[in-house]
Design a protein around this ligand. Structure first.
Ligand code: ADP
Ligand code: ZN
Ligand code: ZN
Length: 686
C-alpha cells in the first residue's frame, strides 16, 4: 500500500497521511500538490512531503484516499520545505501556516490547466538545478549600459566586495540620495554575469514602480516583479516561471518573495532594510522578511546586502560587533549637500498666536517661494483622514468604536467616521448624544484636513494627497507618483508613504508638520523609529542640484532627537539608545517574544493570561513580564493581553521554542480556553 504525508495550509502541527490509489503511486512525488478530503466533507489542496509504504501506527485512524493529484512534477524546489520548517520553528507557528503564506492563493485552489501545462515541462535534479536549462544568453552590452559610478560609489562597491570576503552579510549605510540604487545595479549585473539569481526585497509600501522602471531599463526581461498588489494569477505565473528552465534572473519583490523558488540564488539585496513593514504582523507566520532573507541566503550560499540611510539599530549593532560587514557612503551623488533642517517651535509660535492652523509662517513662506519658482513641496503628516477624533465642543463627548478601544477618525471626503483598527464606519451624528448640542468638531489634523487648508492658502497650487485612502489600487498609487515626478503636482501631502525611498528631482521644500507623532508611542523603538522617519522624509528634499530645505515643526524643540535629526547624527542617536537598551534589557541585548491572548470575554482573556504567566514563570522566572494590556486593549471585539519574554543571548532557543509550543498546545487543549486566540510574536516590532 502506498501512502503520502501531506502538508496542509492549516494552523496544525505535523503532516497528514493519506492513501495513494495504485494508479497514482508512480506519478506522485514529494513537492506535488494533491487535493485531499479534510474536515467536514471539505477538500483542500496540500503538498506531498513524502511518499512511502509505512501504514500509520495508530490502527484506529481512518486513512482517507487523496482526491486528486494536481501535479506530476514538484512545484517547490528541494530545500524550500526545510526553509519553511525553519520559519515555522523560529516564529512559532505551523509549517502549514508558512505554506499558506508562501504559495500564491491560486496555486492552493485546484490549479488551472495552463499552470499545469507549464509545470509539466520542468525537470529538477537533486540540487535544484534545472536540467533542461540552457544558458540564457545575457546581453553582452549589459555592463556598458550601466551608469558610471562616482569615485565614492566605486569605493563603496569595492568595499562591499571586500566585506563579503569576511562576512556573508554587508550593511550599506549610505545617506539619502547617495546613489545606493546604482550600486545595487552594478552588483546585480555582476551576479547575472556569474549566472546567479538576485532577490531584491523592498518594503511593502513602496509599490516598486519607480525602482522597477529604473531597473527595467537596464535589465529588461531578466526582471520579474512579485507583489501583493499583483493578481494571484500573476503571482502564480511568476512562481511557475521560477521553476522552469528560464526563470527570471532578478526578482524585485516584497516580503513574500523570500518564499519563491530560486534555483541559483547568488545575491540578496534588502533595500530600506530598516522598514518595519518587512515584519508580517497578521496572520502567522509573523516573520521578518529581512531576517528570513538572510537565512535563505545563508542556506543557499548567497551574499546579502542590506541598504539604508537609517539602519535599524539591530542591523547596525550586528555590524558594530562584526557579525555583518559595514560600508558607509557619506556623500550625496553629485556633491549635492544634505538638506538644511530648520527647527520650528510650535509651542512658542502658539504662545505668540502666530501658527496658522497646522502651519508656521516660515513653512508657508518657503512653500510660496518654492511654488512660485516652479519647485515642489512635500508635506508630511502621519495621520490619515480629516481629524484623528471628533468631540462635542460643549460636553467633551467623543465617539468611539463600539468594537475597539479607540476614538473614531473623521473622514470628510466620505462623510463618515471610521475605525482604523476594524473598519467600523458610522455617520457623523447631527447632535451629541450626551448633551444634545450640535457643535461637534474634529480634533487634530489628518492629511485630508492639511490638504483642505493648503488649498485655501494656495488656491492655484496643484495639490495631491498620498495615504492609504488614495492608494487603494496600484494604478492610483502609480498615478500619484507619476504626476508628482513629471511636475503635474506642486504639493504632495502624505503619511509615512512619502518617506519611503522615493526619488523626485524638483523637491526643494519638505515640511514636517509635527515631529512627535511617532515619539509618543509607548514602544521602546519609538526613538529609533522617529529618527528614521524624520531623517528619511527630510532626505526627500534637494536631491538634485540645489540644497533642499526642511521645516521641522515640533512641540519639543530642545529634544536630543531633534538635534540629531538636524545634524544627521545617526551615530549619536544610535549610541544614546544603545545605552538605554542595555540598561533596560531590550533588543539587541535580549531576544523578545511576545505572547498574545485574545478573547471576546474579558474574564477568559484575563484568566488565560494569568495562567500563561504563572506557567512561564515556572520555567523562565524573572524573564517573564506582564501580563499587561496593550495601549489598545480591545480590537474587533476581542480583548487583548500580552506577556513579554526577555531572553538573554545564549539560551538554547530550540528548547525554548519547544517549551512555548507545548505550553500553547496544553492550554488550548483545555475546554475553558479552546476558543481563545493564543499566539507568539517572535522578535516583535510593536
Ligand atoms: P539613494 O537610493 O541612495 O537615496 P538614489 O540611488 O536614488 O539614492 O540616487 C539619487 C539620485 O542620483 C538618483 O536620481 C540617481 O539617478 C542619481 N544617481 C546616482 N548615482 C548615479 C550615477 N552613478 N550616475 C548618474 N546618476 C546617478
Ligand atoms: Zn456634548
Ligand atoms: Zn474598531
Amino acid at each position: 500500500m502506498n501512502y503520502c504525508d501531506v502538508l496542509l495550509p492549516v494552523p496544525l502541527t505535523g503532516y497528514f497521511t493519506y492513501r495513494l490509489p495504485p494508479e497514482l503511486a508512480t506519478l506522485a512525488q514529494a513537492g506535488c500538490r494533491v487535493v485531499v478530503p479534510f474536515g467536514n466533507k471539505k477538500t483542500t489542496t496540500g503538498l506531498i512531503v513524502r511518499v512511502h509504504q509505512t501504514a500509520p501506527q495508530d490502527s484506529t485512524l481512518i486513512i482517507k484516499d487523496i482526491t486528486e493529484l494536481v501535479d506530476t512534477q514538484p512545484v517547490i524546489l528541494p530545500g524550500q520545505l526545510a526553509f519553511w520548517e525553519w520559519i515555522a520553528s523560529y516564529y512559532l507557528c505551523s509549517v502549514g501556516e508558512v505554506f499558506k503564506a508562501a504559495i500564491p492563493g491560486k496555486m492552493k485552489k485546484v490549479a488551472k490547466k495552463k499552470i499545469k501545462a507549464r509545470a509539466e515541462r520542468i525537470v529538477i535534479n537533486d540540487e535544484g538545478i534545472d536540467l533542461l536549462g540552457e544558458k540564457i544568453p545575457l546581453s553582452s552590452s549589459l555592463m556598458p549600459q550601466l551608469p558610471v559610478l562616482s569615485p565614492a560609489q566605486q569605493s563603496a562597491l569595492d568595499s562591499i566586495h571586500a566585506s563579503w570576503q569576511q562576512h556573508s552579510v554587508c550593511l550599506l549605510h549610505g545617506v539619502t540620495s547617495s546613489g545606493k540604487t546604482e550600486i545595487y545595479t552594478h552588483l546585480i549585473a555582476e551576479a547575472l554575469q556569474r549566472r546567479e539569481q538576485v532577490l531584491y526585497l523592498l518594503p511593502e509600501i513602496v509599490l516598486t514602480s519607480q525602482l522597477t522602471t529604473r531597473l527595467k531599463t537596464v535589465f529588461g526581461d531578466h526582471l520579474g516583479v512579485y507583489h501583493s498588489k499583483y493578481s494571484d494569477a500573476q503571482r502564480a505565473e511568476v512562481w511557475m516561471r521560477q521553476l522552469s528552465a528560464e526563470p527570471y534572473d532578478i526578482i524585485v519583490g516584497v516580503r513574500s518573495s523570500v518564499f519563491l523558488p530560486f534555483q541559483r540564488l547568488g545575491l540578496v539585496i534588502v533595500d530600506e532594510e530598516h522598514e518595519t513593514s518587512f515584519k508580517q504582523q497578521e496572520p502567522a507566520p509573523r516573520y521578518h522578511a529581512r531576517n528570513a532573507a538572510i537565512m535563505l541566503a545563508t542556506r543557499t550560499g548567497a551574499r546579502t546586502l542590506l541598504g539604508t540611510a537609517t539602519p535599524s539599530f539591530e542591523s547596525y549593532y550586528n555590524a558594530r560587533i562584526d557579525k555583518y560587514g559595514l560600508v558607509k557612503l557619506t556623500e550625496r551623488f553629485g556633491q549635492v549637500q544634505l538638506p538644511e533642517v530648520e527647527v520650528i517651535d510650535i509651542k512658542e509660535l502658539q504662545r505668540k498666536r502666530l501658527m496658522q492652523g497646522a502651519f508656521s509662517p516660515a513653512l508657508l513662506q518657503a512653500m510660496r517661494e518654492a511654488i512660485d519658482a516652479g519647485e515642489q513641496v512635500i508635506l508630511f503628516q502621519n495621520r490619515r483622514g480629516f481629524a484623528p477624533s471628533v468631540s462635542c465642543h460643549v460636553c467633551g463627548w467623543v465617539p468611539r468604536c463600539p468594537h475597539c478601544d479607540v476614538p473614531l477618525t473623521l473622514h470628510k471626503r466620505t462623510g463618515h467616521m471610521t475605525c482604523h483598527y476594524c473598519g467600523f464606519t458610522a455617520e457623523i451624528p447631527g447632535r451629541c448624544p450626551a448633551c444634545e448640542n450640535s457643535d461637534l468638531r474634529g480634533r487634530g489634523y489628518g492629511t485630508e484636513r492639511i490638504e483642505d487648508e493648503i488649498q485655501k492658502h494656495f488656491p492655484s497650487a496643484r495639490i495631491a494627497r498620498m495615504d492609504l485612502d488614495t492608494t487603494r489600487t496600484r494604478t492610483a498609487y502609480e498615478a500619484l507618483i507619476q504626476d508628482f515626478a513629471s511636475g503635474e503636482t506642486d504639493v504632495l501631502i502624505g503619511t509615512q508613504m512619502v518617506t519611503k525611498g522615493l526619488d523626485f528631482e524638483r523637491v526643494s521644500v519638505v515640511g514636517i508638520l509635527s515631529a512627535e507623532t511617532m515619539l509618543n508611542q509607548p514602544d521602546f523603538r519609538a526613538y529609533e523609529r522617529s529618527f528614521q522617519m524624520l531623517a528619511q522624509v527630510a532626505g526627500r528634499a534637494g536631491r538634485r542640484q540645489h540644497r533642499g530645505r526642511v521645516f521641522l515643526q515640533t512641540f519639543n524643540a530642545d529634544l536630543g532627537l531633534i538635534r540629531q535629526v538636524v545634524s544627521n547624527d545617526y551615530e549619536g542617536a544610535y549610541q544614546e539608545q544603545m545605552l538605554e537598551r542595555r540598561q533596560f534589557a531590550y533588543p539587541p541585548f535580549v531576544h523578545l517574544v511576545t505572547v498574545y491572548v485574545k478573547h471576546r470575554h474579558l474574564a477568559v482573556v484575563d484568566a488565560l493570561a494569568k495562567e500563561i504567566t504563572l506557567r512561564l514563570r515556572a520555567s523562565f522566572g524573572t524573564r517573564v513580564l506582564g501580563p499587561d494590556e496593550p495601549p489598545i486593549g480591545r480590537v474587533a471585539s476581542l480583548f487583548i493581553r500580552r506577556i513579554m519574554l526577555k531572553l538573554e543571548p545564549g539560551l538554547p532557543m530550540p528548547q525554548v521554542h519547544e517549551l512555548l509550543s507545548q505550553l500553547r498546545k496544553d492550554l488550548l487543549g483545555m475546554k475553558t480556553y479552546a476558543s481563545a486566540l493564543f499566539y507568539f510574536d517572535v522578535d516583535p516590532l510593536s
